[in-house]
Design a protein around this ligand. Structure first.
Ligand SMILES: [Zn+2]
Length: 234
C-alpha cells in the first residue's frame, strides 16, 4: 500500500537521524530544537494547554462544541511558524511535523483537567495532493502525538470527498457547499462512543475542522477535541 510506504520512508528518515539541527525559521544553530532560542521567543508558547477557554476554542465556538482545543503555536505572516509550515508543506521536511507532534503530545499528557482521547484522527488531505507531496502533514503531526501519548491513530475513518466529482460538472451551488461536505465518515463503528482527538496542521477559519467534525457525526461520537500545530492570525 502506498500509505505504508510513505510512513516507512518517513520513519526511516527519522531513525537515520535526519532531524533538523538548524532553526527552520532563520537557519541559526537550534541545538536539536525546531527553532533557535530567538525564534522560540518570537514564535511564543500558547497558553492553550493551561487555559480552557483559549483562542483556538473561541474560534470554533460558533461552529461546534469541543471538549478541548489547543494549538502549539501562532501562525503570523513572516513569523517562525510560517517558515515551519512552509517547509512542512512544500519541502517535504516531515521530521519537523513529527517533532512538533511529540511536543504537542507531551503538553497534552501533562494536562490534568481534560480526559484523554481514545483515538487520534488526522484530517485527511486530498489524495491528489497527498500523491504529489507523498504524505499528509496532519498525519505526520499525529504520528508524533501518538508516539508520546500512546493513543492510536485511525486513518480508516475519515475520507475526503473532493475529486470524486469533477469540478467542471458540479453545479455552482454544490461548489459553494463543497467545504461543508468535503469529508465522509467511512467507518462509523470505528468512532462510535469514542472520545476523538482530531488533528490538523493549521486552523484558519475553522471551516475544514467543522466539516470533518460534521462528517464524524457529533451524536455518534462521545466527545471531540481539536489539536493543531498552529493557529493562524490574520
Ligand atoms: Zn531562528
Amino acid at each position: 500500500m502506498a500509505k505504508k510506504n510513505y510512513f516507512k520512508r518517513a520513519l526511516g528518515a527519522l531513525s537515520a537521524g535526519a532531524l533538523p539541527q538548524k532553526c527552520v525559521a532563520c537557519g541559526q544553530e537550534s541545538f536539536g530544537g525546531v527553532f533557535c532560542l530567538t525564534c522560540k521567543v518570537l514564535a511564543g508558547e500558547t497558553d492553550h494547554f493551561s487555559v480552557e477557554r483559549n483562542q483556538t476554542l473561541s474560534r470554533m465556538t460558533l461552529r461546534c462544541e469541543l471538549e478541548f482545543a489547543a494549538a502549539l503555536g501562532i501562525f503570523t505572516k513572516g513569523g517562525p511558524y510560517q517558515s515551519l509550515l512552509h517547509k512542512l508543506k512544500y519541502r517535504g521536511v516531515f521530521t519537523l511535523g513529527f517533532k512538533e507532534g511529540r511536543r504537542f503530545g507531551i503538553k497534552y499528557m501533562q494536562m490534568s483537567t481534560i480526559p484523554k482521547a481514545d483515538i487520534i484522527i488526522p484530517i485527511p488531505s486530498h489524495w491528489r495532493r497527498k500523491l504529489k507531496r507523498g504524505y499528509n502533514q496532519a498525519e505526520i503531526f499525529a504520528k508524533g502525538i501518538e508516539r508520546e501519548t500512546k493513543i492510536p491513530i485511525r486513518t480508516d475513518v475519515l475520507r475526503t470527498r473532493l475529486g470524486i466529482v469533477s469540478q467542471t460538472t458540479k453545479k455552482r451551488e454544490e461548489r459553494m457547499n463543497r467545504t461543508y461536505d468535503r469529508f465522509l465518515c467511512v467507518n462509523p463503528k470505528g468512532v462510535a462512543k469514542k472520545r476523538v482527538l482530531l488533528v490538523d496542521d493549521v486552523l484558519t477559519t475553522g471551516a475544514t475542522a467543522e466539516a470533518a467534525i460534521t462528517a464524524l457525526n457529533m451524536k455518534a461520537i462521545k466527545k471531540i477535541q481539536l489539536g493543531l500545530l498552529a493557529l493562524a492570525m490574520n
